[in-house]
Design a protein around this ligand. Structure first.
Ligand code: BEZ
Length: 384
């Protein structure tokens, strides 16, 4: 009798697990659909969906169902939004987001609940630093990475005195910190750090201050709609001709249509360029352009790669996301076949990747070279 009960219980568990693996996999997309980062959210979702479509709509045999929340890039609403996805919608996986402050709130909930989280943009150093966890992965970058690479580039150009300007929140602060670390290590000096609250675009007084400071160069982090306005205002203030402007590549990614000639010639560092001209990237760009009638950008690549990472982990656990250790082990040892070039993840689950130096020419971020080869974020504070 006892043996029969044990066999019955085992059969029930096996059936439940098989059902769970054949049911649809609910992916909670928490991205901005409004505000200065709205276009970035769309590109990430497009990229994610493109990979899933290429796999026939299924990953590891499980059909993908999407549930969406507009996070408005608002950290104050982030915890409620992520809890809605987990508790109300019962998502199996969280994918998000763009804004570092919102991503940190997501990471906290993911860590507390054990929900799998894939971060397809936000570079908050903490996510793969002190908040790192076995169930949290990033397909994009840490804010430190493009900043650090640009610090080396600007120092090599012979500039000595730099002013920085950015939004006052985690992404801006950390991008500037990465830049400063490399630039000052190489003998340069950041003489003034200017900022304004996110997502403000009242740049005039700060541009006047830059002109008065007469630095050798300016380093900046802005993205999305704010980056469009900053590049245009910098040129309109007459600064483009007199003080070279350098930035983390978000300054000119997905923005060139709107920035026009004001962006021409700008040098930036990022883990993607529009002109890599590899068979992998060319195929991706063609598929993206055919599907969406748009050119892809770095955000589309990061969304695509988040889906690839999910596919790799799911294949190893045959679609059963509850097998977290096996899922993590598979992603940790994978080489992800990204349009940016193959990359692997660090122990803290952040991409170890080449950071390219790019220059704007017309509507493209052309490849100048590799600024920093296989650059790994230092993952300060990660205990995993
Ligand atoms: C961030 O908040 O981490 C971020 C936003 C836009 C582009 C890059 C980084």
């Amino acid at each position: 009798m006892k043996l029969k009960l044990i066999a019955l219980a085992a059969a029930l568990v096996a059936t439940a697990s098989a059902q769970a693996q054949s049911a649809k996999l609910k992916v909670g997309l928490m991205l901005p659909a409004t505000g200065t980062f709205a276009a970035l959210g769309t590109a990430i979702e497009n990229g994610f969906r493109l990979y899933v479509t290429e796999q026939g709509g299924k990953l590891a045999g499980r059909e993908i169902e999407f549930v969406k929340v507009d996070d408005e890039s608002d950290p104050a609403k982030a915890t409620d939004n992520v809890n809605k996805l987990i508790k109300r919608d019962n998502v199996d996986v969280l994918v998000g987001t763009v804004h570092s402050g919102v991503a940190m709130a997501m990471a906290k909930v993911a860590k507390d609940t054990g929900t799998l989280l894939l971060v397809p943009n936000a570079g908050a150093d903490a996510v793969t630093g002190p908040m790192c966890a076995p169930n949290i992965f990033r397909s994009s970058f840490s804010n430190w990475q493009p900043g650090y690479a640009m610090g080396e580039v600007v120092a090599k150009k012979g500039h000595k005195k730099v002013v920085t300007i950015t939004w006052k929140y985690a992404a801006g602060d950390e991008s500037v910190r990465g830049f400063k670390e490399a630039f000052e290590k190489a003998g340069g000096s950041v003489v003034k750090e200017l900022s304004l609250p996110f997502p403000g675009v009242e740049f005039q007084a700060l541009l006047t201050e830059i002109a008065a400071s007469k630095p050798d160069a300016v380093y900046t982090f802005f993205a999305g709609g704010g980056a469009v306005k900053f590049v245009k205002d910098y040129a309109a203030a007459g600064l483009k001709k007199s003080i070279p402007l350098y930035g983390a590549g978000f300054l000119t990614d997905g923005t060139l249509e709107a920035q026009g000639a004001d962006a021409d010639g700008l040098l930036t560092t990022l883990h993607y360029s529009d002109a890599l001209n590899t068979p992998r990237d060319n195929a991706f760009r063609l598929a993206y352009a055919k599907t969406y009638k748009l050119q892809p950008d770095v955000y589309a690549v990061q969304g695509y790669d988040a889906a690839q990472m999910l596919g790799i982990g799911l294949a190893a656990v045959k679609g059963d996301v509850s097998k977290k250790a096996e899922f993590a082990a598979a992603v940790e040892k994978a080489k992800i076949d990204s349009p940016r070039g193959p990359f692997s993840v660090s122990k803290a689950h952040n991409p170890v990747q080449d950071i390219y130096l790019r220059q704007v020419s017309g509507k493209e971020n052309k490849l100048v070279g590799v600024a920093s080869k296989s650059l790994a974020d230092p993952a300060r504070g990660c205990k995993m």
